[in-house]
Ligand binder design. Sequence first.
Ligand code: URA
Length: 217
Amino acid sequence: MIVHHLQENNSILNKFISEIRDVKIQKDSLRFRRNIERIGEILGYELSKELSYSGVYVETPLGKKKVQLSYNDLVLCSILRAGLPLHQGLLNYFDDAENAFISAYRNHPNNDAEFEIVVEYFAAPSIDNKTLLLADPMLATGQSLVAVLEAIKKYGTPKEIHIVAVIGAKEGVKFIKDKFPENTHLWIAAIDNELNNKGYIVPGLGDAGDLAFGTKL
Ligand code: URA
């Protein structure tokens, strides 16, 4: 897996990451969602540099110009519900992509810190031989991404996979590294050092789904 950790270089991305972490600013859920979307746009722009391009002619009112356009068949797959604002950010740029949605949640059968990932809902086109963009804002343990990888197998084998994440934990990044094909790219804005005993990223930002859409029962 090729890891692209964007916060290794300073950019405007720092501001958006700092706002989604900030306990005061993140209370504004509209701003939280929009910041995740903006981060999705930046991650999308960066990953677009790894796509395949070929020359085509466009006709302007005054002549013709050869331009390089990407020709990948993209499928953008997001994990419900926290992935929705990140999905929108990517879709703002990759507006021709096909879309897939999957639900993956943590089930705590004994009401303790132990959990299993339950995948229930999946709506997807064929991903066979296509470029799969897998959007999951919080790469904590990495277990949901691996569960999703398993679940999508019946929809075909992608040519390549780009995982798009906002904040990850070192442990989660390490966990998924050898579970995905070697040519997989991970585009991640920030990587934190720790997970707590509930599998939350520390310092992270809290619960991305709740911050974007409100608490649930
Ligand atoms: N999901 C979240 O929303 N936050 C975390 O820290 C981990 C998983």
